[in-house]
Write a protein of this length. Structure first.
Lengths: 259, 290
């Protein structure tokens, strides 16, 4: 398959995603609404009692907002987009029409990943723009993050949401079911992963938890969602391992399933 | 199957029609055997084999949140750049240009069926494979679809492979057909040939004395079988249609008045039912062993 065709197929996959109102709206709501609520509530608290409540923005606000966007709600938005990209063709019944073109099934799977990343990163970037505005607009004279921290924070947000989106594409293709993939991935992200990460008796095996590895790359300490200590190299290996396993499983299932 | 014709693929439910189509198109895997499309073995050369093939398997499915044109753009992107330029002509060919930018969820089943054909045309297909294409269409939609298929064959020289359990539909659309049962083709040929069926020629006779005529017919070398039916005397000739005149002379010579002599016209449905009824009979010991 030529690069031009791969690019056109990715464009077609992106078209399917960006025109899916349910997915785009919910992903945007998940990425933006919690940040908005956070800044509004914190700003109101600060305005009513500055002695008790610090400013909504500044360094403190930035750390909280980054945790909300990159470690919690951004990945949820990425799951929504990734699952739609991974299972949308099968759910709509169009997968068999794509297979009938004679194009390799692995190629059909592979082009979903960059399409999902593109939409996820657009949404994450919009969220990060809101986070930046809130951090500086509500600083109220308190210290603000450096440019390097802001830049690294953007990179961390894109890494976190991108990895989760790619894993979701693979997992959704593996299950070939949107509801099943959404339930499992959201359940994992919201309940199982933080729970396992907090069980200290699991020891160093907790390094295998994806969220723990991803949060290792945060430019600021984002609290209890990153409570397992690991080296940079281990974190990289764990993230790559998760990506490889789920992308290969997704490709295998797409190649072998009845269309 | 012959090129540039509409070819029917008939069989009772469970005969293996859809399974064969799905296997041929690479939607499911074969457990054994070999197949080829347009001279290319599949699945070994699936990409080349399907390059000039369009197919609708069961009902055509689309992304409902996209317009008809966008749905075609998605398939065109997968097929290659040459398919892009065929989008507008394909939409025009199936009469959907005006509604092409509406979301597919607002399309009727008939419009979706036409959009399915437009999607097939993006491949500039030498062969269109249509599995039960008129399922769910109203009579107007069926008529419209039938005309479109005939036009694809007659005006554009494309070959259409149409799988259906609707015998009347196949008889009206197709030039030739194969009857399949238990995964095997049991009869194949031009529609007229298939419908004519049998290795004899059948007549209905109206005579003034049926009892005496039956006696004459029983003794005639021209007759394989004769019996009295509601329509008159039903006679299966040993030879072809030309023996009807000789039989008439024989009856008249025996002093029997012949008021009516009419060849029996089988429909494809009758022929199909004859064949499948025969196949439904329990298999013989030899067949079981085979």
């Amino acid at each position: 398959m030529s690069a031009a065709i791969a690019l056109r197929m990715t464009g077609a996959d992106f078209l399917k995603l960006r025109k899916k109102p349910g997915t785009v709206i919910w992903a945007l709501v998940l990425a933006l609404a919690p940040l908005l609520i956070y800044f509004i509530v914190r700003a109101a608290q600060h305005a009513s009692n500055p002695a008790e409540h610090g400013p909504a923005g500044g360094v403190g606000g930035y750390v909280d907002a980054l945790r909300i966007l990159a470690a919690f709600f951004g990945p949820l938005a990425a799951i929504m987009v990734g699952v739609e990209a991974g299972a949308g063709d099968v759910a709509s019944g169009v997968f068999r029409d794509l297979v009938v073109t004679g194009r390799s099934r692995v190629a059909l799977f592979a082009t979903r990943v960059p399409a999902a990343l593109a939409l996820t990163w657009i949404i994450a970037a919009v969220g990060y723009a809101l986070l930046t505005i809130g951090t500086f607009a509500f600083a109220s004279g308190s210290p603000t993050p450096s440019a390097a921290t802001m830049f690294n924070g953007l990179g961390f947000t894109l890494l976190s949401t991108g990895v989760i989106a790619a894993v979701a594409v693979g997992f959704a293709a593996l299950t070939a079911s949107r509801p099943a993939a959404l339930t499992v991935l959201i359940g994992w992200h919201l309940v199982a992963s933080p729970l396992l990460g907090s069980i200290s008796s699991l020891g160093s095996s907790r390094k295998l938890i994806l969220d723990q590895a991803i949060n290792h790359f945060s430019p600021v300490h984002i609290g209890d969602r990153a409570n397992v200590v690991m080296s940079q190299g281990t974190a990289v290996i764990v993230v790559i391992g998760w990506l490889l396993v789920f992308l290969l499983l997704g490709a295998w299932r797409t190649r072998t399933m009845d269309a | 199957m012959p090129r540039a014709c509409a070819f029917g693929f008939l069989g009772p439910n469970g005969a293996g029609k859809t399974t064969m189509i799905r296997t041929l198109l690479g939607l499911t895997r074969a457990s054994a055997g070999t197949m080829s499309i347009l001279g290319h073995p599949v699945p070994a050369e699936r990409a080349q084999a399907l390059r000039r093939v369009g197919a609708i398997v069961e009902e055509p499915r689309f992304h409902p949140h996209l317009s008809g044109r966008e749905n075609l753009r998605i398939i065109a992107a997968v097929r290659g750049p040459e398919a892009d330029v065929r989008i507008a002509p394909a939409l025009a060919r199936v009469g959907l240009t005006e509604r092409a930018d509406e979301k597919v969820k607002r399309y009727s089943l008939g419009m979706r069926q036409r959009l399915g054909v437009a999607r097939c045309l993006l491949a500039d297909p030498l062969l269109l494979i249509l599995d039960e294409p008129t399922n769910g269409l109203d009579p107007g939609g069926i008529q419209e679809f039938r005309q479109m298929i005939r036009s694809l064959v007659e005006n554009e020289g494309r070959t259409v492979f149409l799988s259906s359990h609707l015998l009347d539909e196949v008889e009206k659309i197709c030039d030739a057909a194969a009857i399949v049962d238990r995964g095997k083709i049991v009869s194949q040929g031009a529609i007229a040939e298939l419908a004519g069926g049998g290795d004899g020629h059948e007549l209905i006779l109206g005579v003034d004395d049926a009892e005496r005529a039956l006696t004459v017919l029983d003794g005639s070398e021209l007759v394989r079988e004769a019996h009295l039916s509601d329509e008159g005397l039903r006679v299966l000739l040993v030879g072809g249609p030309h023996t009807a005149a000789a039989l008439n002379a024989e009856l008249v010579g025996a002093g029997i008045g012949v008021m009516r002599l009419e060849p029996v016209r089988h429909s494809l449905e009758q022929r199909f039912l004859e064949i499948t009824a025969r196949l439904d009979a329990p298999m013989s010991k030899q067949e079981v062993r085979a």
